[in-house]
Design a protein. Structure first.
Length: 225
């Protein structure tokens, strides 16, 4: 009885945390995620064995965050995007405190094969607070270009969107533009995640656990995408 009561209470307290899945637009039954997520008062933890993208762009952006006291703070982030990409396994997690108790929501997916790069997506944009991992760029690589001149996201006709990372043009913030980019064993804290089209993920699953957890460190992928 004691254990049963404890978990019933935990489930009730965790309802706001579980609501994050709705905010993410995680249609678990259909195996798809599509949304723009702005994380207030925290960050979304991302972990993936590998991320490969074409028409990769990176610059510096600003995000307005809401503090616990209702005030707002402008946070400088690394804003990256790619026109087409592949992921090798994926884990997203978010911590939520409710009435003094912490819960962590996990969204995971992948086929378990580190050689397949099974998750495909396009026109994805991430505002990254912190990130670790290995990065290789290839093709035409431009480092130090103005952020407003970076090309990455495409429109419906397949043309590059002007200033796709929405960098203040007058400030000429530094940017990186590459034909191809490959990240390996990536862990990061995300402030904003934009996925305009459904991201189909095999074995997509949602779970909630009590306590303050995070996605496990990613295992290195096998081979190239």
């Amino acid at each position: 009885m004691k254990g049963r009561t404890h978990w019933r209470k935990a489930a009730v307290l965790a309802l706001p945390a579980l609501a994050l899945a709705g905010v993410l637009g995680a249609r678990v039954a259909q195996g798809a995620i599509a949304s723009e997520v702005v994380v207030q008062g925290g960050t979304l933890s991302l972990s993936t064995s590998g991320l490969y993208g074409t028409d990769f762009g990176l610059s510096v952006g600003d995000v307005t965050r809401q503090n616990a006291d209702g005030s707002t703070t402008s946070v400088r982030v690394g804003r990256l995007g790619f026109a087409e990409g592949r992921l090798n396994e994926l884990c997203l997690s978010f911590q939520q405190q409710v009435l003094g108790s912490w819960f962590t929501v996990y969204i995971t997916g992948g086929d378990g094969d580190r050689s397949t790069w099974e998750i495909r997506t396009d026109n994805v944009e991430l505002d990254v607070v912190t990130a670790t991992g290995a990065l290789d760029m290839d093709g035409v690589v431009k480092i130090g270009v103005p952020g407003e001149d970076v090309t990455t996201i495409k429109d419906a006709a397949g043309n590059s969107v002007p200033n796709p990372l929405r960098v203040p043009a007058a400030e000429h913030r530094i940017g990186i533009d590459a034909t191809f980019a490959e990240f390996r064993q990536v862990r990061g804290q995300i402030a904003v995640m934009s996925i305009p089209r459904p991201l189909r993920i095999p074995n997509l699953a949602l779970r909630m656990e009590p306590g303050r957890g995070q996605c496990a460190a990613p295992v290195a992928p096998q081979g190239n995408p």
